[in-house]
Every structure is written in C-alpha cells, then in structure tokens.
Design a protein around this ligand. Structure first.
Ligand code: GFB
Length: 314
C-alpha cells in the first residue's frame, strides 16, 4: 500500500453523480471522513469559490468524479457544455488541490479518450495515437486535459495525482432520461416501457457497435484500490475486460426484464459512434483487482434501482 486513507479527510467531488455516489458508498468501509458538497452550495466551475471551499474544508485526498456527462446524443448536441464545463471543473479542483496541499488525488476520465480506431483491446499507451470519435471529441479532449493536468502537477510540483479511465458504467443513480442517457439505462427504460404495452424495443443506430460495461460499484472499488496502491504518472484503464454488441445487450436486457418474446427495431438515423471500445485491463489486474459483478447480475440490480428511482419520483 502506498497511501492509507484511514483517518483522512476525503473529498468526493461529484458525489451526487452515479460514480461519485458509488465512491462515497464504498468509502464507508474505510476509516476515513468523507467530505461532500452539493451544487447549491458550491459551483465547481467557479475557481475562486472552489479554492475558498477547499481552504476551509482542507481535504487531504480527493476523488475527482465531478463532470458533465451524457450519452452519445447529449455529447454531440452540447459540445460547449461538455468541453468548457469539464475543463473549468478540472482546472478549479486541481488548482485548489495544489493550493491546500492535497496528499493524493484521483482523476476520473473515460474510455472515449482513445482514438476511434485504436487496436483492441485498447492499451493505455494508445492515448493520442490517432483521431478521436467525433460524437464525443469535446468530452474526450477535456478528459485528456485532466490526465495531462495530473501528470503536469506530478512533474512540476511532485504531487501524487493519478488518473483512472473507466469504461461505460451503469448502475444505481444512473440517468434514465432517454435524450441524455447512456445506452444501458436507456435500454432498461425502453424495455420496461415496451413490455408494459407489448411494443417493439427501439434501438438507436445499427445495433452492431460493441461496448464494454462495468457495474459502477466495481468501478468505485477499483478507484479506492488505485488510490491506495498506485502512484505513477500513467493513467490506468478500469474495465471488465469483456465487450458485447448493442444488439446482444438489448437481448440480454430483454431477457433479464422478462421480455425475451419482444421485437427489436433499429433506428439507423441515430449515430453508432465508435465501432468498438474494449479496454485492456491487465494493468489494473496486475495491481490485484478484479470485477465482482457480472453483466447479467448488474443489469438486474440496475433495473431494481430504476424501479426504485421511478417510485420515489412518483
Ligand atoms: O452509451 P452511449 O450513449 O455512448 O451509446 P458511447 C453506446 C451505443 O449504444 C451507441 C447505441 O452505438 C448508440 O447508438 N444505442 C442504442 C443507444 N440505443 C441507444 C439509446 O437508446 N440510447 C443511447 N444513449 N445509445 C459515450 C460518450 O459514448 O460513452 C461519452 O459519448 C462517454 O463521452 C461514454 O465516453 C462512456 O459509448 O457511444
């Protein structure tokens, strides 16, 4: 172990998001004090306000899980929000972390940082070797900047800042809004609603792209693990190591939600995005970590969370 969280003041930036929420849940098993702050109190794009808050709260470790996120349609519809807001959040938090002497910071990126046609499974050193996928290049550029900020602070000031690149995540606390969500929460909602009326399930694009999925609590566990054992400049892929086509995923969700008899229709007017995005997770595994939740089990849990979220919203 290179870093001990016990007894530390640990800020989870973005604790109301799906990933930040899972990290905060996971930290309950560590003997640390978890700090959180909501957006009504602190605007994370406001560098001055972030600095003031960090000087007052004095976190010793930071999980930087705050970001503007969304699925393929939101990413391509709101390029300014995805580029500018994420750059501002990152700059504000890195600046504050250095100012108050944060001992360790973990920055969360995304697998979309890699080139559209990177060799599969994608190794960490594929970064910046080719063109990005146009539907999410704005978000990708902001996340690449975050990796570089962590490396720059390490190089110039010797700060122990590290970066983790999660694959497509899903689970409790996900966004189920069909215009802005990722594919898995969208399919859970679409299959649930189609089953109620016996309608076909609508799948965007051709259904042929392949994606890798990781249950969010597995991701949180990997992040806490990396915080404790990893200290170097290279970013680390966080994934399950398996991918599946969107059509196969649709059938799996239909099976789990007991709608295997339903019909599927594709909508080729919607973008496919990158054809395949499977990361090589051998580096993370070499640090003694492996995922616990299978895709089938994760979908069942995510569906239970969807029903809970729908009930509490009603
Ligand atoms: O999850 P998703 O929105 O994002 O879409 P990306 C994955 C694939 O699922 C695409 C297809 O090929 C979509 O066309 N898909 C099928 C659907 N039906 C649906 C649907 O109802 N909703 C959605 N959203 N997709 C995101 C990036 O890329 O991945 C982000 O835009 C981030 O920046 C995230 O990196 C992890 O996997 O294509």
């Amino acid at each position: 172990m290179t870093y001990d969280l016990a007894g530390k003041r640990v800020w989870v930036a973005g604790h109301r998001g799906m990933v930040g929420g899972a990290i905060a849940r996971r930290l309950a098993d560590e003997q640390c004090e978890v700090l959180t702050v909501g957006r009504e109190t602190l605007d994370l794009t406001d560098q001055r306000a972030v600095l003031d808050w960090m000087r007052k709260e004095r976190p010793q470790a930071v999980f930087l899980a705050a970001a503007r996120v969304g699925g393929i349609l939101a990413n391509s519809t709101y390029p300014v929000d995805f580029l500018r807001d994420n750059l501002l959040i990152e700059t504000a938090i890195f600046t504050g972390a250095h100012d108050v002497g944060v001992e360790k910071l973990l920055f969360l990126g995304s697998s979309c940082i890699y080139p559209k046609f990177a060799p599969q499974p994608i190794q960490e050193d594929a970064l910046l070797t080719g063109e990005l996928e146009p539907t999410n290049e704005w978000y990708a550029i902001a996340k690449i900047a975050g990796i570089k900020l962590a490396q720059a602070y390490r190089q110039q000031y010797g700060c122990d800042y590290i970066s983790a690149m999660p694959t497509n995540l899903y689970g409790p606390g996900d966004n189920f809004d069909l215009n802005s969500s990722h594919v898995l929460p969208a399919l859970i909602r679409k299959v649930h609603e189609a089953r109620l009326i016996g309608a076909p399930v609508q799948v965007w694009g051709t259904g042929s792209p392949r994606r890798e999925f990781l249950y969010v609590d597995d991701c949180a566990d990997a992040c806490v693990h990396l915080m404790k054992v990893y200290s170097d400049k290279g970013h680390v892929n966080v994934g399950s190591g398996e991918d599946i086509s969107i059509m196969e995923l649709t059938r799996l969700v239909m099976d789990v939600l007991d709608y295997a008899r339903g019909e599927v229709v594709t909508d080729p007017s919607k973008p496919d995005g990158t054809p395949r995005k499977l990361m090589d997770n051998s580096r993370l595994r070499s640090f003694g970590w492996a995922p616990q939740v299978s895709l089938r089990e994760g979908v069942a849990r995510a569906y239970a969370a969807f029903l809970d979220q729908a009930q509490s919203a009603a």
